[in-house]
Design a protein around this ligand. Structure first.
Ligand code: ADP
Length: 172
């Protein structure tokens, strides 16, 4: 079965088959990790995204990685947190699951995620980390393509939240 790694770092620097972008529904770039990925991948990325005509929340679309070390970028808009009654948990689960399924369909053995929705979209960090790791754990248990999933945490608070959730969801 595949393994889950949790590290602190910058996802634009990670050499894996696919990195995931915390996109918005336009797929035309934004702030946070989305802006960093567009800057690092180069202007070819925006041109490729323009041809995709957006993406619904919880769905995922793929482009080449262009100037990134990663071969592919999987773009998924996570939910904007409102009050927890707007299907936020289900939509966040869908973003992780659909990104993993798309990576597997493209035969990616390695994939890296940022912490979807916990920046500008304000999803509560501890709850988001549990959903992320539960969805990844369950996907890995049923798939034969993906070998390693790396959660790339940008700051110490995010890293601590994912490490704590890992104890709860995966153990040891
Ligand atoms: P969202 O709109 O889905 O909340 P953000 O980009 O605002 O997305 O934040 C998602 C997470 O990505 C936050 O934890 C933020 O600190 C982190 N982040 C920002 N830049 C990077 C980067 N270069 N690599 C990895 N994570 C990043």
């Amino acid at each position: 079965m595949g393994t889950i790694r949790i590290i602190r770092g910058d996802i634009t620097k990670i050499k894996v088959a696919a990195i995931v972008n915390a996109a918005n529904t336009t797929l035309l770039g934004g702030g946070g990790v989305d802006g960093a990925i567009h800057r690092a991948a180069g202007p070819e990325l925006l041109a490729a995204c323009q041809k995709l005509h957006g993406c619904a929340t919880g769905e995922a679309k793929i482009t080449p990685g262009f100037r990134l070390p990663a071969q592919f970028i999987i773009h998924t808009p996570g939910p904007i947190w409102r009050d927890g009654t707007q299907s936020e948990a289900c939509l966040l689960h869908n973003s992780y699951r659909n990104s993993l399924a798309l990576a597997a369909a493209y035969n990616c053995q390695t994939i890296a995620f940022p912490s979807l929705s916990t920046g500008v979209y304000r999803y509560p960090l501890a709850a988001a980390a549990v959903i992320a790791l539960t969805t990844i754990r369950d996907f890995l248990a049923a798939n034969t393509v993906i070998q390693t999933v790396t959660m790339v945490c940008f700051d110490a608070t995010t890293l601590a939240a994912y490490q704590q959730a890992y104890q709860q969801v995966v153990g040891n």
